[in-house]
Ligand binder design. Structure first.
Ligand code: 5GP
Length: 191
């Protein structure tokens, strides 16, 4: 998505060679109109797949997932990162190592929200080493639902998550894929 590449070049801050900060439109401050266009563009790639529900993980995936859910006309479920006192007893769990916090977290989804007749589209903001996506795939598998694939806003292709998960047969669509970055330079992959 050309608009996203331009926005990353203008507003993105590359930290070292591994982390991209896009907190002016995606990860802290949100640009609602732009988020809507991104969610709709991801949704458009899955219009033929019979998606019945979107799954994301809190918190930065939620806005884009909601935009995609609105376009496809389906509910959005977000996995929680911390157990709450209100947590349902029947819950799907997956262990995920957080890229940004550098700690293990257990994500959870109440079993009642993902059922075996569902066709799930996973949406997330970033794909790096694939931990978050892998955790969500595990939750979909636990529910017995069908996985249509994953829609990712920014894939850092030089980290191995996308390669691993595609090799495992998961369809992954991205709006912008970065093949190399360092402060002052961001190179996007062509596809
Ligand atoms: P993974 O689990 O694939 O290693 O990383 C994906 C998750 O970590 C995303 O849900 C996202 O929240 C966070 N993440 C990974 N890389 C970046 C990055 O470069 N910048 C930001 N802001 N978040 C990232």
């Amino acid at each position: 998505m050309k608009e996203l590449q331009d926005r990353i070049r203008i507003d993105g801050q590359v930290i070292g060679t591994q982390t991209l900060k896009v907190d002016s439109f995606l990860n802290h401050q949100i640009d609602p109109a732009f988020i809507m266009r991104m969610g709709e563009t991801l949704a458009d790639k899955f219009t033929q797949d019979g998606v019945t529900k979107i799954l994301t993980v809190e918190s930065s995936g939620i806005a884009v997932a909601m935009a995609a859910g609105l376009k496809l006309g389906v509910p959005v479920v977000f996995a929680k990162k911390k157990p709450a006192v209100t947590q349902d007893s029947e819950t799907y769990l997956a262990d995920v190592f957080s890229f940004t916090r550098k700690e293990a977290v257990q994500i959870s989804v109440a079993a009642k929200f993902l059922v075996k007749d569902d066709v799930i589209l996973i949406i997330d903001d970033f794909l790096a080493h694939g931990e978050a996506l892998n955790g969500m795939v595990s939750i979909v598998r636990q529910s017995g639902a069908k996985l249509a694939g994953a829609g990712i806003v920014i894939e850092k292709r030089f980290q191995e998550g996308g390669k691993k998960l595609r090799a495992a047969g998961i369809r992954i669509e991205t709006l912008a894929a970065i093949e190399y970055m360092e402060p002052g330079t961001i190179r996007f992959a062509q596809n």
